[in-house]
Design a protein around this ligand. Sequence first.
Ligand code: NAI
Length: 798
Amino acid sequence: MPTVKEILNTMEYGPAPEADSPVREWLEHHRDGFRHYIGGAFVQSSEGGTFRVMNPARDEPLANVAEGTTRDIDAAVSAATSAFPAWSTLPGHARARYLYAIARHIQKRERFLSVLETLDNGKPIRETRDIDIPLVARHFYHHAGWAELIETDIPDHGPVGVCGQIIPWNFPLLMLAWKIAPALAAGNTVVLKPAEYTPLTALAFAEICSEVGLPPGVVNIVTGDGATGAALVAHAGVSKIAFTGSTEVGRIIRKATAGSGKKLSLELGGKSPFIVFEDADLDGAVEGVVDAIFFNQGQVCCAGSRLLIQEGISDRFLDKLRRRMATLRVGDPLDKSIDMGAIVDPAQLARIESLVQQGVTEGGTLWQSDCELPARGSFYPPSVFVNAEPASTIAEVEIFGPVAVAMTFRTPEEAVQLANNTRFGLAASVWSENIDLALDTASQIKAGVLWINSTNLFDAAAGFGGYRESGFGREGGREGLLEYLVPMIEKSLLPAAPRTVAKLDASPHGGLKTAKLPEIDRTAKLYIGGKQARPDGGYSWTVTAPDGTALGEAGIGNRKDIRNAVETAVKAKGWSGQAGHNRAQVLYFMAENLSARAGEFADRLRSSGHSGEAAANEVEATIRRIFYYAAWADKFDGRVHATRSRHLTIGLHEPFGVIGLVCPDEAPLLGMISLILPAIAMGNRVVVVPSPVQPLSATDFYQVLDTSDVPGGVVSIVTGARAELAKTLADHDEVDALWYAAPRSEWAAVELASAGNLKPVWTLEGDRTDWHATTTGQGPRFLRHATQLKTIWVPYGE
Ligand code: NAI
């Protein structure tokens, strides 16, 4: 044992291990293997299969766990289905009591759960004890509050049903809390599948559910691997899937659920920028990097893995960073003075090693701390590539380990450009002492979470989730809760009406008897970038009234027309930057111009089969709808969230960018306007595919757009075959979101095609929606689908 004098000379840390005996005893008690938690009981796998769970820090087995089969998933979904009627109709206050009890029990077991998480995952006890588990308790407390408040604060909403939840291994119990707490608060029942590397805290949580007397079947936990997850995703009894994990599996799940009507939220990967301006507090920023990329060994979806450093300070900053990295201690995660623990599994370690090797082969300069690594277990040293090329593999791909990739930039514009040069959009950190610069940069970065002079901050009250291929949907706060609720009106749709199917026949007169044809005065063109345009293919079809009378010709748009329209929409981004007030002025002007032509529009509707009264009503309702969204243009505010003290945590509603709108056949004018207006009021630019049954009201609308100062490219209209055009929109990487207001039978194809860039698709049963009713045809839910939440954390104080 060293003497005090020797210790003072070397300043070496001694070992400070956290006791693990209570957890070891618990594991010993379960020596025969852990079982699934289904219907309030612990049950074996239907086929008796098990798999081994390892402690990655020591390379030793911890436990055997049941391998979930399709039958196990069936049993769990059936238990959740049986529990749903009673749980969903409990008064919110009763659900609040259960959630509160869970929070209290977690707190009572905080040390136990921290040690168990550390043994199972390999992350340092410092993190499980100080971050993961306290946040787990916080989530249940916060959502106990929501259970109490939903009825009054989010009225006219109900639970979705049985929710399938699939979580990863990097924050095992925290991800469980993020999913189960809001689901239960909202009155849903759940089947959760933990990650195969780290199922143990979920099973300890199951014991807590039993202890607090949670009704059987409200929470079910089925352990297993990807195949078990896939069975859960595929199950017809599940109404919602919530997934956190790799973008690759997110894409598989998007495809697997296409057309099923299941609600979906995806929290996927990232390659988040960490921007250091030359006026930043460099020592603070270095500590920021430590938290950004060495926290949890870099196995964090929102890890600040791309360091963008302003050129003038780059050398100095990297020197400081290397010096700090050299002091990080990697080792036994149960040691309280360890900074970095183990990588979750040898397979993940091998993945990190291979990506780093690729970085070196591609010419990157790697610097690694020469810290001592334990002889046993999966460990990796803190690493940084100091001169990465923006287009290199390591700068683009999620390494998911303690490996930062540094690049330089000269100007703030270049910083934003580099930051957005990724297919992901989960998070970003911006470091500058100039608050104007920091916030201006934050506003331009396409990411769901922005941290100013800070990083990796999370809280139950603030939404977390991504833009682009980092997924969609939010966890935490009101937005997170809404993922587990459905507006009651979506549950009370009209019965499906018999459909008219438009035939786009481009042969002369569409095969109609010429004798019956009245004079056709003009062929409506497409409307692209503020100008009328001939369809690329040069074809049009004859639009007919229900009695077969020809009404006019409409252009048959194709892929190229859609691409042209998207290109003009991308360029029209000035619209997104306008103040809501300015957009409202344009919208009001649109209403005024429509009003001036109300007679013409009513005539058009009459000619297509509306009665005189119905036609006049639809035009009038359309004018009112424009007023409604003009009113909202400057009122759909974000919030300041009550997270932690001395932080302004701001939830901003940002437009998606370019939205594809596929319009319903019903109410040809009003239905289309009910989609266009909320989208553009929030600052999006739209490419509209009108109903092919009655497209002429849409093409007449060009004139209103032309005369209302709507900038070119903000609204483009492409007529033609709906399914084909919609698929092109769904496929297109520069279309950020898609609304599809057409019958359910058509959903699968667009949802499948959307998996490319993982754009959110809002499917509305256009044919079963009463577009005239103010309850169903308009409302804040349209605005919510027109915006994505950006959460900006701004700490203050010295
Ligand atoms: P993964 O995405 O395969 O696993 C996450 C969860 O999905 C696990 O519970 C897994 O069993 C389940 N799963 C796998 N295939 C499934 C399927 N077809 N259907 C339904 N569920 C399925 O991630 P993995 O393989 O553990 O890690 C690979 C890479 O993914 C990591 O290196 C990292 O880059 C990324 N990743 C990102 C995470 C994040 O939080 N964004 C978390 C975990 C991994």
